[in-house]
Design a protein around this ligand. Structure first.
Ligand SMILES: Cc1cc2nc3c(=O)[nH]c(=O)nc-3n(C[C@H](O)[C@H](O)[C@H](O)COP(=O)(O)O)c2cc1C
Length: 253
């Protein structure tokens, strides 16, 4: 029930607690049409009110023990962005040699950041010591603080898409270089460095998919029936069929 359909159409209400149809469609559309943006940024500034809405969406993310370990550093100055861009270039050159020989040419042609073109950069961090005296959910799995910050990034990414603002995540950069440029203290981790701004368009498909770098994997191969490796088509054929054609479960419009 409630799967994302190919055309973004949502079927019958699965529950009295479901959002109204138009709102559900909006959620699924933002998910389906979110893209990682590296090029096609426009120089137009993102108004403070829009940025505030996007940051508020990030701040509403789930977090382990309600720890809210995130901070958001808004970076606009050209000089700071140039420093981060230089760090990207170093990391990019190092990463290139880690690619298989046959892929190096293709790797070099893919645009992997928009640090200078985007009018706004944003660094999202994780303060691992926040509320450390109340480690709910972090004793067996200490990394849950970082996972929570990633949830905030995803909220931000989706809210930005709804606002027509492109977001590109740049991980090809030494986090220590980012920390140095932005004065981030010891104990606070860099989780995401993001390029943000209005764009000419959002590509329909991931750029790495369109460039033939990797295909999107079939979802039915990634869903298992009860145990790792158990084929969902054998365990739950109706679910497998629904996953395969991107439509909703049997009996739904
Ligand atoms: C943790 C993380 C790090 C990423 N780092 C980069 C990066 O350094 N450069 C880049 O071009 N894309 C980066 N991406 C974007 C992915 O390449 C992109 O999400 C993926 O190809 C799917 O495309 P889509 O986001 O448009 O659906 C990153 C994404 C994630 C989640």
């Amino acid at each position: 029930m409630g799967y994302l359909q190919e055309g973004g159409v949502v079927g019958i209400d699965p529950s009295p607690n479901a959002l109204p149809k138009a709102q559900r469609e909006g959620v699924y559309e933002a998910i389906r049409r979110r893209r990682d943006i590296r090029g096609q940024f426009l120089p137009d500034p993102v108004p403070e009110g829009v940025l505030a809405r996007i940051l508020r969406a990030a701040h509403l993310a789930p977090s382990v023990g309600f720890m809210q370990a995130w901070d958001f550093i808004v970076v606009r100055q050209e000089k700071t962005r140039q420093g981060i861009h230089a760090a990207f270039e170093e990391a990019h050159a190092r990463e290139a040699v880690a690619m298989p020989m046959a892929r190096r040419g293709a790797y070099g042609r893919i645009k992997l950041e928009g640090i200078l073109e985007a009018p706004l950069n944003l660094c999202v961090t994780c303060d691992r010591s926040r509320f450390s005296d109340l480690p709910v959910g972090r004793t067996a799995q200490p990394d849950c603080d970082r996972y929570s910050v990633v949830c905030a990034v995803q909220n931000l990414w989706l809210a930005a898409r709804a606002e027509g603002v492109g977001v590109g995540w740049v991980s090809i950069v030494d986090p220590n270089a980012v920390k140095g440029s932005l004065g981030i203290p010891e104990g606070v981790k860099v989780i995401a460095y993001l390029c943000m701004g209005y764009v000419t368009h959002f590509p329909e498909r991931p750029e790495l998919e369109a460039a033939g770098w990797l295909p999107r994997l079939p979802l039915e191969r990634l869903v298992h029936a009860e145990r790792w490796g158990a084929d969902v088509a054998r365990g739950w054929p109706e679910l497998a069929a629904a996953l395969g054609n991107g439509t909703q479960g049997k009996g739904e419009a």
